[in-house]
Design a protein around this ligand. Sequence first.
Ligand code: HEC
Length: 129
Amino acid sequence: MVATGRLVMLALLSTPIVGHALQVRSHDPAWLAPVSAASKRNPLADRADARPGGGRLFRDRCSTCHGDDGRGTAKAPDLTLPLVQSQSDGALFWKISGGNAYAGMPTFSFLPEPQRWQLVLHLRELSLK
Ligand code: HEC
């Protein structure tokens, strides 16, 4: 009993210290796009010329939270993870558009639609680096 108590104490004491510097915010598996949105195709999918613009938008609008490389910070999750990359272009577009205000992901519906699709192109590129 006493030994178990000590172990629990140790775990409680060490977690915040170890976790602090390395912590990247976790992904919310319950946040799912509706099928109608997820089945939308990226109209810019074949437009290689649209990719650099997506990178610029990402640096301006997203990297403060998700990091320049998209691998996440304490404020926002890693967007290169399979959990994210396995979602369709339409699902990512839907998440970028509507955000999840409750969880701290802003809405970007004020950006023109082509810019939001450019951001999706950039998310795909991040996962290749
Ligand atoms: C103010 C901080 C912040 C900014 C700026 C931000 N995000 Fe997020 N983002 C978050 C948080 C927090 C989550 C996690 C929300 C959740 O899990 O419910 C998130 C989640 C996401 C997801 C969903 C990942 C998943 O788990 O399915 C995508 C995609 C995304 N962000 C893309 C972007 C893009 C693209 C931009 C820039 C246009 C951006 N974010 C800007 C905080 C931010």
